[in-house]
Design a protein around this ligand. Structure first.
Ligand code: MLT
Length: 205
């Protein structure tokens, strides 16, 4: 997969996996990684799907309706890519924290729905419920931050609550942060994610 890897101060430290929104690129979220953890390694990946020239991580049938078979295939493809990238660059495969926005948050959510050990934590900005009817793996070691907008027409607030519930039922420690905005990513939401991340880091020592 097309990507950028930036080594941080210590390869054995956290690697931030950056996943952009529809129409974005692997450059988009680099400033977020800098805000969240400037010392971390960064692996920023571009989605493999092109929807009329807009990069995404999986196909959709129409806005808000996912091609579930493709989503499953792409989720496994991304997980395999994480294995390969860890081998190639020498970072710790067991220390990956995803930071995803919108479509990128949805594929990160799908990684959580499929694997107990793909990610050690996740920051999901404006995610939806990626799939329904799945038996989720044990996520008791995987803290999750969800940033949501009360007026988000793409991710209705009930869906943010539903996602929180599904992840919590799988054992994840979920923080749901609300903004009085729509689908956009605001500075206050990024600050809340950065505070959450620092708390998780302190807890892990
Ligand atoms: C998706 O397709 O993943 C969501 O609708 C978010 C987006 O618009 O990309």
């Amino acid at each position: 997969m097309k990507h950028i890897f930036k080594q941080g101060t210590d390869l054995t430290n956290t690697t931030l996996l950056l996943l952009h929104g529809t129409g974005g690129s692997e450059e988009d979220l680099l400033p977020l990684a800098e805000r969240i953890d400037p010392k971390a390694n960064v692996l920023s990946v571009r989605g493999n799907i092109s929807e009329n020239g807009l990069s995404r991580y999986f196909k959709r049938l129409r806005p808000g309706v996912f091609d579930e078979e493709d989503l499953k295939v792409r989720t496994h493809e991304l997980n395999d890519f994480l294995d390969e990238a860890a081998d190639e660059y020498g970072f710790d495969r067991k220390q990956i924290v995803a930071i995803g926005y919108s479509n990128g948050a949805n594929i990160a959510g799908s990684l959580l729905f499929h694997y107990s050990d793909a990610l050690t934590g996740a920051v999901l900005h404006h995610p939806m419920v990626p799939l329904r009817g799945l038996q989720l793996p044990d996520l008791s070691k995987t803290p999750v931050f969800i940033g949501a907008g009360k007026n988000d027409s793409i991710c209705p607030s009930e869906e943010s609550e539903e996602l929180k519930q599904l992840l919590s039922e799988a054992g994840a420690d979920v923080t749901l942060h609300w903004e009085n905005h729509g689908h956009q990513l605001t500075g206050t939401e990024i600050d809340a994610a950065a505070n959450w991340y620092r708390k998780q880091k302190n807890r892990l020592g």
